[in-house]
Design a protein. Sequence first.
Lengths: 223, 322
Amino acid sequence: MYIKKYMTVDPCVAGPETTIARASELLVENNCRHLPIVDKETRLLGMVTDRDLRSACPSILTAVQALTPEQLVVADQPVSRIMSRDIVTLSPLSTLDDALLLLDRKKVGALPVLSDSGRLEGIFSTRDLLQAYRQLFGLGERGSALISVRDDGRPRPLSRLVRALEEHDIHFSRISRRRDEQGGTAVESGGGAVIYVRVNTFNLHAVRQALESAGFTLENQGL
Amino acid sequence: MAEFQNIIIIDSPVYDNHDTGGGTHPETPERVRAIRERLNSGPLASFLKWVEPRPAARKWLMAVHDESYLFRFEEAVLAGQTWLGHQDNQICFDSFDSAVMAAGAGLAGVDLLEKGAEKLVFCPVRPPGHHAERAMALGFCFLNNIAIAADYWQRVYDRQRIFILDFDAHHGNGIQAAFETSAAIFYASIHEHPTYSFPGSGYAEERGLDGGRGATLNIPLPPGAGDDMVLEAVKEKIGPALENFRPEALIIAAGFDAHEQDDMSGLDYSTILYSRLGGWIRKWAGQFCGGRVLSILEGGYNPQALALSVESYLAGLAYDKM
């Protein structure tokens, strides 16, 4: 669950004296939107985003040849003049949850990852977060299906469910339980938690029988 | 005047020999036995012509599968292994022969469609094929019968544009993988949404790769979807895709496990829906492919519902008033 496994190491970086024009080229060349600005020891000085650069360069409709003298002056300015300096950072020991909360609270697209000594180790973006959760949830994992089971309200639902699957030799890779919106588990009132299981088998018929033997029913997850 | 076309059924007793070990395994010989019994005793019996297939030659299998995988499969059955790759894929001593004969049915069907007078061929084969990939057995499938037939049709008879429609409840990942970079073989599939269903592929987002971009069409349906949603997908998406692609040959991956009485999917199709699908397919075949259609069985695990659904499909395919 540490971001170290999912972050981009050795991201594209620039020095503070890099011009705005060159920084724009770097983002395009490296197909990224965030540019950490570092000193010679790769200590983080600031961040420049494609939005910062667009704000500095007024219009994409202006061809390079037609830049006015004023625009040429802007393009030639160092990025240190437009970079953000008050940066929230992650460490390699930050977890995916840390990153999710920070990205959400700060409403930014990526966060730099710094070592204890303040050196840039990587960058972690919302896209990296999506990839990480995609792996964790097994999205697109070949040969699997996500089934949902209604928690019957009796004690120890997860251990009973796991035991039933294992006793029937049904492979599964993920299991999670979600309480209903009211936080209750009363099945009689139509509430109750739902247990999601990613089963790694095509034999849904056997899955259904295993669950029924333990008193559960497979839910149809229809609209 | 209403007319009922004859249908060639390509069948072999070898299909019954693939033993999946009993217990709760749903891919049983009962499936094809129930189809045989129903077709022989039902109202279609006099319009059916039963033909034996031949085993598929290795060169046709190797167009779709790695030779090392074919050896691995063959050696596994000879060595008495009980499954290949995953316990879902149960095998016995005869499974390799059954699978090669299942692949051979498609080839025999293509030959008959190209050289004979009949226009409609149905192959009630097992084991099924659409989940099998180049070097991987998956979801009860070992050899990709449809992909092998499509490649054969293209290479032997120079039919350059082939449209494959898969209405099994599950996405045919193996067929898609075989042709996803090809612009000449179009794969369209209507299936239960991959978030909830095996094999976990077939998102609408998957539209083909590289030169084959646009020649894959996935239509995932939510669990509980029934006839109305299928017919809407057929009318609004499959039909226009065919019009646009204008195929020279049409192959149907005919799976019947979306039936309301089949517990292998959350879909809720009626028996009569398969007649409607058959009717659409006959119309498209007439419009683009001289009426020729090759249909190969995929899933369908409630033997009685399967047999009735197959009958319903064939009736829709053969009878122009359905």
